[in-house]
Design a protein. Structure first.
Length: 383
């Protein structure tokens, strides 16, 4: 009981104090709230001011650092920018050049295509024309003339396109006569066996192609045998015992020889020499060289004859000068004898007129001097 009493007293006192102080507690709470709100506002304002100041300082520092970094980056990037600008300029120039080159190339390709088209057209026309025997023969004669021109032998060759020769085998008309030194002559006849050859190169089937080219070789052999039977070398004096069969294209000869390797030996046995533009040019140039050597020999003979004639004329002239020298010696001797006689027999007496004062004044008779120089004789060269 004694223990409970103090507790009861404390509770009663607390309750009385709470009852007495309750109105003041509300006032204190309000005051505390007002003070707390004011302090919080001031703290917030101070915090904001501090934050603004700190942010401004930070921004200023960051701005300076940013400017320094931008300047450093600009210094690093500036050479790169200049290089990139140069690269871009070069790329633009290359692009312009590429565009121009592409345009020029396109133009050239179009030109080549057009030329190829025209070439195919002309080739087709030529092939069509060459299928006609008359045109084919005329083309072979034109090729033969071109070969002679390239060899420089026009002056030593005769084209017999309109002339004919009479023989036991009838009328003969060789295409070309090549004149050799010493009056010799080589006969050249142009042949253009193209029918089978053109059919062969146009054939798409390999078997047909081989058969047509074999026919081409047989046609060449037939022309060669027909030319051998004409015996052109018997129609001209001092002609070598062979004739030349001219094929106006290397391909015609190679195709025939590929299908008949014995053509050359067979031709040689028949006194027929197969010739293409290349081999005929070589032969004609060899003949032209022989003509130059012949001309040199003729010139040497003429020079020798002229030398002998000049030597004889010089000998005759020296004889005349020698005679003239002897005549001059006799004339000098006669002159000296004459003036000696004149001085001793005539002029001595004549000068006495001056001593007698009967001669014209200021006129004297000159003293005649003898000629002392001897005439130089012509040497006979014997030393």
């Amino acid at each position: 009981m004694q223990n409970i009493l103090p507790v009861v007293c404390f509770v009663a006192g607390f309750a009385l104090a709470w009852f007495l102080l309750r109105p003041r507690k509300q006032d204190l709470a309000d005051t505390f709230s007002a003070l707390s709100a004011d302090a919080l506002a001031r703290n917030n304002q101070a915090f904001l001011d501090l934050a603004k100041t700190s942010l401004a300082q930070t921004q200023e520092a960051a701005r300076g650092d940013l400017e320094r970094r931008q300047q450093a980056i600009a210094e690093i990037v500036s050479p790169v920018r200049a290089s990139l600008e140069k690269v871009d300029s070069k790329i633009q120039e290359l692009e312009k050049a590429r565009t121009g080159a592409y345009a020029a190339l396109s133009e050239q390709v179009r030109g080549l295509l057009e030329t190829h088209k025209q070439l195919r057209t002309e080739t087709g026309r030529l092939v069509t024309a060459l299928r006609t025997p008359g045109v084919r023969g005329h083309w072979g004669e034109i090729q033969l003339r071109r070969v002679v021109e390239m060899a420089g032998m026009l002056e030593r060759c005769d084209f017999l396109s309109q002339s004919t020769l009479e023989s036991e085998n009838g009328r003969l008309r060789p295409d070309l006569l090549v004149h050799l030194p010493a009056g010799k002559t080589i006969v050249v006849d142009a042949k253009t066996p193209l029918d089978a050859y053109l059919q062969g190169i146009e054939a798409e089937d390999e078997a047909i192609r081989r058969a047509k080219l074999a026919d081409h070789a047989r046609q060449v052999r037939m022309h060669m045998s027909a030319l051998a039977r004409k015996s052109y070398w018997e129609q001209f004096d001092q002609a070598p015992e062979f004739a030349i069969m001219f094929l106006p294209g290397e391909c015609f000869f190679s195709a025939a020889l590929e299908n008949d390797p014995t053509l050359i030996e067979t031709g040689a046995g028949q006194n027929i020499i197969l010739a293409t533009p290349t081999t005929l040019i070589a032969l004609l140039r060899a003949i032209a060289y022989g003509w130059r050597q012949e001309k040199l020999a003729q010139n040497a003979a003429e020079i020798s004859a002229l030398g002998r004639e000049l030597y004889k004329r010089l000998s005759d002239m020296c004889d005349h000068w020698s005679k003239m020298g002897r005549s001059l010696e006799r004339a000098v001797e006669a002159y000296n004898s004459g003036i000696g006689s004149l001085e001793s027999r005539v002029l001595v007496s004549a000068r006495k007129f001056a001593e007698l004062k009967t001669a014209p004044l200021g006129v004297d008779i000159a003293v005649l001097e003898p000629v002392e120089h001897a005439v130089r004789r012509v040497s006979n060269g014997v030393g």
